[in-house]
Design a protein around this ligand. Structure first.
Ligand code: ZN
Length: 458
């Protein structure tokens, strides 16, 4: 048995409680308020007066393995998660070759990545327009469901050759079937026709400056696309999730859906909560994402949405471009869209959320762990500090100040939108199923391959 002492748990009402946690066989065995040392243990871990959170979850990452490992692989991606205090990641189906669009493809990928993982992981599944046309999707999605995917990802607009966009009428078919399987339908929501029209218009007119990326991926494309899939959900009553929400107008559609009792959730990413088009003009490709960052009003709206529960959780959409090759052209269209986010999500939320009075620790705990675990069928093993749950615990020193040095990131993508910026709050230890996998002083202490595949219990 292991005793974790001198740590504070965040209780309901945002109160901090000094607690002692005992861990046995990967699980939380006992939790006592205050100091407690009457049980005999083999080992002690000292939280040194810091906060103990349930292991954080990043429910939307692209770790590119197998196929695009020049950008990221499961080893570097999960190391960056461990160093960022994230004990479970959920990997997207589209950024590996082959994409996770069948049981065989799933098995192939799992076989390749499982020996590389430092943190626990779950998978998103996928489906292609071709599978909808042939009718094959019913078998492939059933096979994926049996293997334990958390849901299925759709793109209304896509730059990926192997994972094309899904026309809305096809999504209607897929959503009906996925309702029967009780799986979440997650959508990258930017209207294809608007994005295509404006982006081409700008390019044809010779625009290649940084701002043209945001202008081309026009603001209203997001609420427009959200309306079209919420419209399906209104008829079908499937589980719908809107990925990486970036606009206040999109949030209003989500609010409408929730008000009408539709089973709709959404996430946003730290970069949409911090940066605007004005920053994109300066940072350029380093901040190039899809959807793009928006405006001050959107930042305010998104924080309000996190606070009032309209936005359900934080994800990073971690997608590292090959650096510097894919991230340094002066022509914005030529650069890769994506940023490596998983290692910095926790300090960003503490620095820009907690310390600016936007969210409390209690909310960070829910938004970065519990809510995603519940939505994707990982709860209560993941996302909670409770008796019998997996001993996944992230210890955070709220007061430590430090500067971001991208060269020190574990990700292959050694660039950051907050390069050189001061953060307040640092992950001090990451514990996965009772094992210390990251320590601020020692670095990564976990073992390659210790991370397990976690099946959704949906
Ligand atoms: Zn993504």
């Amino acid at each position: 048995m292991i005793r974790l002492k001198n740590g504070f748990l965040v209780k309901k009402g945002n109160e901090l409680e000094l607690s002692t946690i005992y861990i046995e066989d990967d699980k939380i065995k006992f939790i006592f308020p205050g100091k407690h040392n009457s049980l005999s243990v083999e080992r002690e871990v000292d939280a040194e007066g810091n906060i103990i959170f349930p292991g954080f979850i990043d429910p939307h990452v692209h770790f590119d393995d197998p196929g695009f490992t020049v950008r990221e692989d499961f080893e570097t991606g999960t190391r960056s998660a461990a160093a960022g205090g994230i004990t479970t990641i959920i990997d997207m189906p589209c950024t590996s070759i082959p994409p996770v669009t069948s049981g065989e493809n799933f098995d192939y990928k799992l076989n390749i990545v499982k020996g590389k993982a430092y943190v626990d992981f779950a998978f998103w599944g996928g489906v292609t327009p071709g599978q909808i046309e042939s009718g094959e999707y019913k078998k492939t999605l059933t096979d994926l469901k049996e293997r334990g995917i958390v849901g299925v990802k759709f793109y209304t607009v896509s730059g990926m050759e192997l994972y094309p966009r899904m026309p809305v009428p096809y999504m209607d078919k897929a959503f009906r079937f996925l309702k029967g399987l009780n799986l979440v339908c997650a959508v990258h929501a930017e209207d294809y026709y608007l994005v295509d029209f404006y982006s081409n218009f700008l390019r044809q007119n010779g625009r290649s400056d940084f701002e043209s990326w945001a202008e081309g991926r026009v603001y209203e494309a997001e609420p427009e696309a959200i309306w079209s899939v919420v419209g399906i959900t209104e008829k079908v009553h499937n589980k719908l999730h809107i990925a990486h929400l970036s606009t206040g107008a999109g949030l209003e559609v989500i609010r409408w859906a929730k008000k009408h009792k539709l089973d709709v959730t959404t996430e946003t990413c730290p970069h949409y909560l911090i940066f605007t088009v004005a920053d994109l003009k300066i940072l350029g490709s380093i901040l190039k994402t899809s959807p793009p960052v928006r405006y001050e009003e959107d930042i305010d709206a998104l924080w309000t949405g996190l606070k009032d529960g309209s936005i359900d959780f934080i994800a990073t959409d971690h997608a590292a471009g090959k650096f510097p090759e894919e991230k340094s052209s002066s022509n914005i269209w030529d650069n890769y869209a994506g940023i490596p986010g998983t290692q910095l999500a926790v300090p960003l939320m503490i620095t820009y959320g907690y310390y600016k009075g936007k969210v409390r620790l209690e909310e960070i705990q829910k938004l970065m762990s519990e809510n995603a675990a519940r939505r994707y069928g990982l709860y209560p093993d993941k996302g909670s500090i409770a008796l019998g749950a997996d001993a996944d615990l992230t210890i955070v020193n709220l007061n430590e100040k430090w500067f971001v040095d991208p060269s020190k990131l574990e990700s292959k993508g050694k660039y950051s939108v907050v390069a050189g910026k001061e953060m307040v709050g640092k992950v001090s230890k990451t514990i996965l199923r009772g094992k210390l996998i990251y320590d601020e002083k020692a670095g990564i202490t976990g073992e390659k391959g210790y991370g397990n595949f976690i099946k959704s219990n949906l």
